[in-house]
Design a protein around this ligand. Sequence first.
Ligand SMILES: Nc1ncnc2c1ncn2[C@@H]1O[C@H](COP(=O)(O)OP(=O)(O)OP(=O)(O)O)[C@@H](O)[C@H]1O
Ligand SMILES: [Mg+2]
Length: 489
Amino acid sequence: MFKRFNKDEPGKGAAVASPSLAPAAKAKSPPPAAGKAAPAVSTSPPKAQRKAAKKIVVETDTKENKRADKLLDIRMELHKRLLESLNLAVLDKASNEDLQREISIISREALRDMGVVLNTAEQKQLNSDLMDEVTGLGPLEGLLRDETVNDILVNGSQQVFVERAGVLELTPVKFKDERHLMRIIDKIVSAVGRRVDESSPYVDARLADGSRFNAMVPPCAVDGSLVSIRKFTKEKLSIDKLIEFGAFNEAMATYLQAAVATRLNIIVSGGTGSGKTTTLNALSGFIGDEERIVTIEDTAELQLQQVHIGRMESRPPNVEGKGEVSQRDLLRNALRMRPDRIIVGETRGDEVIDMLQAMNTGHDGSMTTIHANSARDAVSRLENMIAMTGVELPLKASRAQIASAVDLLVQISRLPDGSRRMVSVTELTGMEGEIISMQEIFKFQRTGIGENGKIQGHFVSGGLRSHFTERFRQWGYDLPSSIYAGGDL
Ligand SMILES: Nc1ncnc2c1ncn2[C@@H]1O[C@H](COP(=O)(O)OP(=O)(O)OP(=O)(O)O)[C@@H](O)[C@H]1O
Ligand SMILES: [Mg+2]
C-alpha cells in the first residue's frame, strides 16, 4: 500500500527511498486487468484453446472449423426465424428468463425442422449465442463480458483480436459475414442516434456500459468493417495497483503526489493504448476534495474520485453537419465555470491554444494527455498542434508559451512484452535561447530480456534535484533528498 506523503509530518508518511523498494525488474509483471475468471458463456477461450485459435489463420478448413462454420450458419438461420417469431414489441419488457425460455423453445423447433442434431453443450452455447444476438451485440457480447479483455479489435467479419494483459491475440470469434458485422455496428450506432454508411464511413460512439467504440466501414475500410473497442473498466487502476504492476515505484509516486498537490501543470504522454488515460485518472487521485475540477473529453472515460466535478463531453456534428461542440468550445466555456483545475482527456487539435493559455493564466494544476513517443516528441507535437491552428506564432514564441505553461511531462510506454511503464518523468525548466530546457528526474532503465520475453529493468533517478523543490517545500512537501540521489531507486 502506497503511503502518501504526509505534509504535516514530513518524513513520516512517505515511504520514500526505503531499502525495501523493489526495483521494477522484481515487480510483478502486469497480471490481467482483473483476475476474475471469464463467465461460463464467455467466448474467451482458455490458454490451450487460444493457441488453437491462432491456428485458424493457417488452417481454415479443419474439421473443427467446418463444424464451427456450420454452427454459425445455423445460428444465423435461427436468428432470422427468431426475429420472425418473437414479438419484438415486448422484447424490451420481457425478463431475461422469459426470453431465454422462448428462445430455447423456438430454436428446438427450428432445429427439428432443419433436421439438425446438436449435443447438449452445443445446444446450450447456441441458445446463449442467440440470446446475445437478440438482446446484445452478437459475437462481441462474450468478449465484452470477459473482464480480462482490455481491447476488442475487429478486422472484417472473419478476424477478431483482443488485448489481454498488454498482449494481442486472435480469438475464434467470427461474424457470419460482412452483413452480420454491419448489423451489429448499426445496432450500436443507431442506439446513440448516429449512423454509419458509405457517405459517412466512420463513427465514434460509447456503448451502454461506457466502453469507447469506433467503427470504419467500406469503402474506406478496404477488407471489411473495422471496429475498435476500448473496454470500460469500472475499477480504474489506482496508484497502488500501478505500483504493484510495476508501472512506477513508490519514490516516483511520492514525487508525483507532490507535483499534483502543488499544482504543477502536467502532460501525460504516450503511444496509443499505453495507459495515458489510466495514469491521468490515477494522478487525479492526488487532487484534494476541496477543489472544483472540470473535465473535458471526447468520450467520457475518466472516473475521478473527488466530490466536486463537472464532466463535459464534446459532440460531433449531426446528420446535417450541425450542432458540433468541440473540445475547444468546451474548454472556452470551462474557463467561465470557475474551475480550480481543468483536465482535458486528450489534447489533439486546436484546443491546444486554449489549454496552454489556461495553464498560463491562473488555472495551474491542469492536466492532459498527448500522443507522443518521448518528452521531446511531446513538445514537438505541441508545437505542431499550435502551428496547425493557423495562429501565426514564431517558433520561439510558441516554445516560450509551452515552456511557461507545462511543468511536467510524464512519458508512458507499452513495452513489447505487454507491460506498461512510466519510462520517463521530465521537468520543463524554462528556455535556453530557442530551446526548451528539460531535466529528467526519473526513468526506466532497461537491462535486458529475461526468459519468456519479459523485459527486465528498473527505475533510476537522474541524480538531479527537482526544479520545483522550493515550491514543494513551500507547499509542505519537503521531500527527502534521497529521492533524487541518483542511481537505482
Ligand atoms: N500499468 C498498467 N498495467 C496494466 N494495464 C494497464 C496499465 N495501464 C493501463 N492499463 C490498461 O491498458 C488499457 C489501455 O489504457 P488507457 O485507456 O489508459 O490507454 P490510453 O493510452 O489512454 O489509450 P488511447 O491512446 O487509446 O486513449 C486499459 O484497459 C487499462 O486498464
Ligand atoms: Mg486514452
